[in-house]
Design a protein around this ligand. Sequence first.
Ligand code: MSP
Length: 489
Amino acid sequence: MSEKKFYVTTPIYYSNDIPHIGHAYTTLAADVLSRWNKIKGKEVFFLTGTDEHGKKIQKVAEKNNKTPKEFVDELIPKFKKSWKDLNINFDRFIRTTDKDHEKIVQEIIKKIYDKGDIYLGKYSGYYCTDCEGYYTEKDLENGCCPIHKLKIEKLQEECYFFKLSKYKKELLKLYEKNPEFISPKYRRQEIINRVKEELNDLSVSRTTFDWGIKFPFDKKHISYVWLDALFNYYSATREKGKEKFWPADIQLIGKEILWFHAVYWPAFLLSAELELPKKIFAHGWWTFNNEKISKSHGKVIHVDELVSIAGVDSARYFLFRATPFGQDGDFSKSALIQRHNDELANKFGNLISRTAGLIEKTSFEKCENKLLKKLNLKEIDKKMQDLEFDKALNLIFEFIDNCNEYVQNKKPWETKDKSILYELADSIKAISILLWPFIPESCEKISKQFGFVVGKNSFEKIKIPLKISKIKKQEILFKRIECRENEQN
Ligand code: MSP
């Protein structure tokens, strides 16, 4: 296994509707990490996709008078378009209806069954189709699902069970030996407590609908959607040339699906005798103007709307600057516009246009860039590795402040000092390389303007002095946006 590889995944999203800001958030985070690892010279595999089986999808397809396959086939191009609009560069978009995935899931079910970890039994209990998850009586809130607050079904059917309880000890050992396996740290204890308290065997097949992967040894049973879906992360690496990427380095998810990923997933892998991912990172949830994002209440921001507020880069920047990754955050258009104006337009944009304008008039002259000493690359890299995106951005923006102060103090428009202008241009190169994972479109424009390269392997080029080229002032990168005081939604 090469140290130079990096495999990052997002949850595969239910294909019952087009993606919104919440789905975009995880996928963008994976894109940021993927790009960061590319600039660090790693070979990256970035996987995202859709979870297309199960009763939830079957129900919505029926409502739309379509077969489930027709329904998902029409929806997937919209998912892909959203990710393109956000400048998300995944390496594979996996669908659980992909033939290679279905085949692998069947092989794994057979393997687990042959081993004796799957047995036939009878399930009696509660099931929320929106979560595609099981609940016990004490989990319910007034007879409703604690997450979706909707009435919950009582199931009673013959099904296969997975011997989850058998893995209790091994799971607890895993959490103890690998404290980073469940990240951030503050989410770990809750899972440990729940596993310690009670870990029942898990119902992993259904017989009352047929939209899913059939059990290879008993075709009237359809795989539980999570057993099918979780293995997407592995099946994507069975493609020729991709084998080396398993196990995943980081699996990004939202906090509401941590239980499935921190408990079921490693237990399934242990049973299938496969290596475990290195880290499951659960981020927080976005609210919209302090209210839960909910389609039924009309409080949803879809990708086209998100991008239309201040452009794709400002949306990407806002989501990672405004809230520590891991914690909950509140989204409002006015907050996004404010950061766009104050940080991207005033601080970063002005530095670029001012420097380019002065160089165009005066030209510049190579010298040692002493300003770079103020850029703490090691610390920024550490923050990125710890997924502290907001802190990494803070450090980069502190350096932008240093550069702006430098221009202000040295007044190169009066002194015509060509060395100062070189230091600024060379610093802009460093900043653009570091910001490329967050705001790729803008950084690519700047790199063309100033004559350097961003992207793959560029981190190590920060220390290589910028070549002298003809630099011209260009159109404004971040135009200020008028923000109405009461701009809320
Ligand atoms: N299909 C399952 C995942 C299977 S992975 C093997 C699923 N899909 S989902 O469509 O419901 O997407 C869940 C993911 O969307 C969350 O884990 C999170 O990444 C993201 N979000 C959905 N709403 C969100 C917010 N309001 N805020 C932040 N992210 C949220 O669960």
